[in-house]
Design a binder for this molecule. Structure first.
Ligand code: MG
Length: 97
């Protein structure tokens, strides 16, 4: 399974990528939304792990752009934002969880 991790925080990104690799997943890590969109146009992934707080394009903007392009890759939002409205915006935007 090939996973794209979109996370701008170095410590969190290293921890998640390390854990995924230890579990034998192939995980690519990008640190901003624009790079995530470009990468998804060029390569196939089985899962995207998407942070919301990203420099430049916010995670929700990245999510809606991915879905607007017809890309239905399974996508999980990983974020410290746990407000109900944030959760609903993510799900309404096309996140799987
Ligand atoms: Mg962040």
């Amino acid at each position: 399974m090939r996973i794209l991790l979109v996370e701008d925080d170095a410590m969190i990104g290293e921890a998640i990528q390390g854990a995924l690799k230890n579990a034998s997943y192939a995980a690519d890590w990008v640190k901003n939304g624009q790079t995530a969109l470009t990468t998804l146009e060029c390569q196939h992934y089985d899962l995207v792990l998407l942070d919301l707080g990203l420099p430049g394009k916010d995670g929700l903007e990245v999510l809606t752009t991915i879905r607007a392009k017809g890309n239905s890759v399974p996508l999980l939002i990983i974020t410290a934002r746990d407000d109900l409205n944030d959760r609903l915006r993510g799900l309404d935007g096309g996140a799987d969880d």
